[in-house]
Design a binder for this molecule. Structure first.
Ligand SMILES: [Cu+2]
Length: 305
């Protein structure tokens, strides 16, 4: 390397330092703006302004999702920093001025084996907890009526949800978005509903879901659940809310013009409160077991013949 090459090296390093300084200044500025906006890092049961991460977790499944997400994020950061370091090294040490006569190397067996195997190992390290989490999400725990576990059925309709409680008297009710701002009473716009889905805290809740006419999807971010509601088919998922409160979700399958206006609101209450609510709901949403109109019509038409 001649004296000119040496100068080039220094010059390249100086430029790199300048870039670093500018990046650092940018990061500090963005940090200051976010801090000034009173950033809430995670909403509890609902999104919050300037939120960056997930909503706060309220179930073991979501706890696991957040842990897994953080784990993968660390790996991504490590890989990005490694690639950045490689790029900077190449820019500084192997630019035309610093390295005027490039080597003619084309193959390096050790390097090629390494850059094939190391990514494979990284993917396996990610896959193991990923599959474990997937099985945890998809395996419905053994439901025990004595332990107070609850099954609910959520039917997606254009454009609201109908909930029924088959184990608790099979009552059923519709849950519609609150459109009138005066009726919100502090609840979030576009998420509040007239009749919330009520479930007991610390109990396994199995959600059976279907669609009435098109595909909808039942999703509650704080619970880490999102499952398609498909006409003519029953899908199921589960959650175990560990904190009382109201948790909001939305239909997550484009289902028509009011897709954005069929929110999901789950109120998690104590077991006693849940029992009281069920008693009230059985009266409030009582329905007579009438024969469906279609069946009656068929019987009548065949009788007149
Ligand atoms: Cu929908």
């Amino acid at each position: 390397m001649g004296p000119g090459g040496h100068d080039g090296f220094i010059e390249g390093a100086m430029t790199t330092m300048l870039v670093f300084k500018r990046l650092a200044a940018l990061a500090v500025t963005i940090g200051a703006i976010l801090a000034g906006a009173g950033i809430a890092l995670a909403g509890d049961g609902q999104p919050s302004p300037w939120q960056l991460g997930f909503q706060q977790s309220a179930t073991p499944v979501m706890d696991n999702i957040i842990t897994f997400h953080t784990f993968v994020l660390y790996i991504i950061i490590a890989i990005s920093l490694f690639v950045l370091a490689l790029l900077l090294t190449i820019m500084v040490r192997f630019n035309a001025r610093a390295n005027p006569t490039p080597s003619r190397t084309t193959h390096n067996t050790l390097l090629e084996v390494a850059w094939t195997l190391i990514p494979v190992v990284i993917l396996v390290i990610i896959a193991i907890p990923s599959f474990r989490l997937l099985f945890y999400q998809l395996t419905i725990p053994a439901m025990s009526a004595e332990a107070g576990d609850v099954t609910i059925k959520a039917t997606g309709k254009q454009w609201f949800w109908t909930y029924s409680y088959p184990d608790h008297g099979n009552f059923e009710f519709d849950s519609l978005i609150v459109r009138d701002p005066a009726q919100l009473k502090g609840r979030p716009r576009l998420l509040a509903v007239d009749n919330e889905l009520v479930v007991p805290v610390n109990k396994n809740v199995r959600v059976i879901t279907t669609g009435a006419e098109v595909i909808h999807a039942f999703a509650v971010p704080s619970f880490g659940i999102k499952i398609d509601s498909i006409p003519g088919r029953l899908n199921e998922t589960w959650f175990k809310a560990t904190r009382e409160g109201i948790y909001y979700g939305q239909c997550s399958e484009l289902c028509g013009k009011d897709h954005a206006f069929m929110p999901i609101a789950v109120r998690v209450v104590s077991e006693d409160e849940f029992k009281k609510w069920v008693e009230g709901a059985r009266k409030r949403f009582a329905r007579e077991d009438v024969t469906p109109a279609t069946t009656v019509a068929t019987v009548e038409s065949s009788a007149t013949r």
